[in-house]
Write a protein that binds this ligand. Structure first.
Ligand code: TNX
Length: 519
């Protein structure tokens, strides 16, 4: 009897060795993966999948769109691995050494962007109800590979992914970033780079602030001087610039390929000096002001009592709508300090009718809540709580962009040498430590569409500047928009961020290296 027991123990011992050495894959812990935004649930199984030159990538549905996403995965994986992976169509999900991208009927809790990611030693299965969800999952998979995957050069190493299961879906449907291309102009390549960086953190909205006092940045064929005159300069007197409609379409398509919706903003009735300088008839006195290259706000207004103003807006909106597959047109509406309230309200009401006549939903800065909000117009809170509440009282949804938390042009501290500080300094902890559904008294979760982080560019002149002000604060914002509040805490976030800086370096991001990351 003793002998048999001993034999059993010895046999058991050796079989364990055999099992673990069978695959030779390291025992990695999926729960320790550094992921941004943090997923809803992660369960580890203590092993790993090896991505190698023979790994196959299958899309299990015969869909061009899914195939496109498969190709975007390949373009993430091939440079650093040096492999020559390609995408195939295949219906089963059981072949070993394979990654499957699959459209499935998942539980409704996953919504349209959620996904399930199952990793075993044998294979990886990504499932979502939509291709968009598969795209979001791929951003997670990318972060599950070691940081060197971000390198553009071939790395001599093995590529393991910890095994287990991730179930993930966003807290808010709208997770945005705004770029002001009016105060300083940024060309198509910069915007594409920005889109790449946003997509990695599951941000799904890019709001482009296309016009302001200092510049008009989108070609409008029926009003050509908007760009030839209005686009000819910027803050500081530089040469400015604008997107031709072809270039703008290129941006919209690039964003769409990254499952990001572009929201164009034409700010009105204030913030319009560039348009007023281009066309004298838009001014009440019929005279054009000089182009403006300073950084004051609140001094300009379209002439709200002239019919030509509404013809102008209709023409602009019509051309913009033709370039905009997304549902929203942003009409600005902020800081119209020289427009009387009795003129402002009918103006905003009429502009809403124009936008609605082209079947688009209006978004405006919180001041628009003074008007009669129509057809579910959306209020973007940036400054005044009572405006957000006025919007909610009119059944509007709110986009939460508090200047004290999300304004990416605010300096980190007194030593930051670009940026402004009128809303205070925003260090990494401050940017992270807040919750949209408790931030504005009287505005609850069900009233909130999501969050957005604006980057105003009065002091921002290069892509390096953009990256410095945006990163890593926006990573925190992406987590606020995606991850349930109950799963978020600063210490855990900070520890992950410290590890993530290595990846940011490999992504060549000029991030702000806060002292909080070396404490
Ligand atoms: C306020 S926020 C503005 C912008 C400025 C920004 C600078 C908002 C709706 N208006 O026009 O660029 O402050 O931080």
């Amino acid at each position: 009897m003793m002998h048999i027991k001993l034999f059993n123990q010895v046999f058991f011992f050796f079989s364990i060795i055999l099992i673990t050495s069978c695959s030779g894959n390291p025992q990695l812990n999926l729960s320790e993966a550094v992921l941004f935004p943090k997923p809803v649930s992660v369960s580890e199984t203590g092993s790993s999948f090896e991505l190698n030159a023979k790994t196959k990538i299958f899309v299990t549905n015969d869909s061009e769109e899914l195939l496109g996403i498969g190709n975007s995965l390949v373009s993430i994986l091939n440079p650093a691995t040096g492999f020559n992976l390609a995408v195939e169509t295949g219906s089963e999900t059981s072949k070993s050494n394979s990654i499957y991208l699959k459209i499935s009927d998942l539980d409704t809790k996953f919504g349209s962007e959620g996904y399930k990611l199952t990793i075993s030693e044998k294979n990886i299965v990504i499932e979502s109800v939509t291709v968009e969800g598969v795209f979001r999952a791929i951003q997670t998979l990318r972060q599950l590979l070691s940081d060197e995957i971000e390198s553009t050069q071939k790395q001599e190493k093995q590529w393991f992914i910890a095994s287990g299961e991730i179930e993930d879906y966003p807290e808010y449907a709208y997770r945005g970033a705004m770029l002001d291309v009016a105060r300083h102009f940024f060309g198509v390549e910069d915007v594409k780079r920005y889109i790449d960086l946003l997509a990695a953190y599951k941000i799904n909205i890019l709001h482009l602030h296309l016009s302001d006092d200092q510049g008009w940045r989108i070609e409008i064929k029926s009003w050509p001087k908007l760009t030839t005159i209005g686009g000819s300069t910027e803050v500081g007197g530089g040469e400015g610039g604008f997107y031709t409609q072809e270039q703008y379409k290129e941006i919209v398509a690039y964003a769409a390929a990254n499952y990001i919706t572009v929201i164009p903003e034409i700010d009105m009735p204030g913030h319009t000096n560039a348009a007023l300088a281009s066309y004298p008839e838009l001014n009440c006195d019929g005279k054009s002001p000089e182009l403006y290259t300073g950084i004051k706000v609140g001094f300009s207004t379209l002439c709200t009592s002239k019919e030509i103003t509404y013809k102008f807006i209709d023409d602009v909106v019509k051309e913009l709508v033709a370039l905009t597959p997304g549902p929203y047109i942003h009409i600005g509406g902020d800081e119209s300090h020289v427009t009387d309230m009795e003129d402002y309200i009918p103006f905003i009401n009429r502009v809403q009718d124009i936008v609605n006549s082209y079947n688009k939903t209006v978004i405006g800065w919180d001041e628009i809540a003074h008007a009669d909000l129509k057809n579910e117009a959306i209020v973007q809170f940036w400054a005044k709580e009572e405006n957000a509440k006025k919007g909610v009282a009119q059944n509007s949804k709110v986009i939460v962009s508090p200047s004290t938390k999300t304004y990416l042009d605010m300096k980190y501290d007194s030593l930051t040498n670009i940026g402004l500080n009128w809303a205070g300094y925003i260090e990494l902890d401050s940017a992270y430590l807040w919750t949209p559904d408790t931030f504005i008294k009287g505005v609850k979760k069900e009233n909130i569409l999501g969050i957005e982080s604006p980057l105003w560019t009065e002091t921002i002149t290069t892509m390096d500047d953009i990256e410095y002000m945006v990163f890593p604060r926006i990573i925190g914002h992406s987590e606020i928009g995606w991850t349930p509040t109950s799963l978020r805490n600063w210490e855990d976030y900070k520890e992950r961020l410290i590890k993530h800086t290595k990846r940011l370096k490999l992504m060549d991001v000029n991030y702000y290296d806060s002292k909080l990351l070396s404490e």
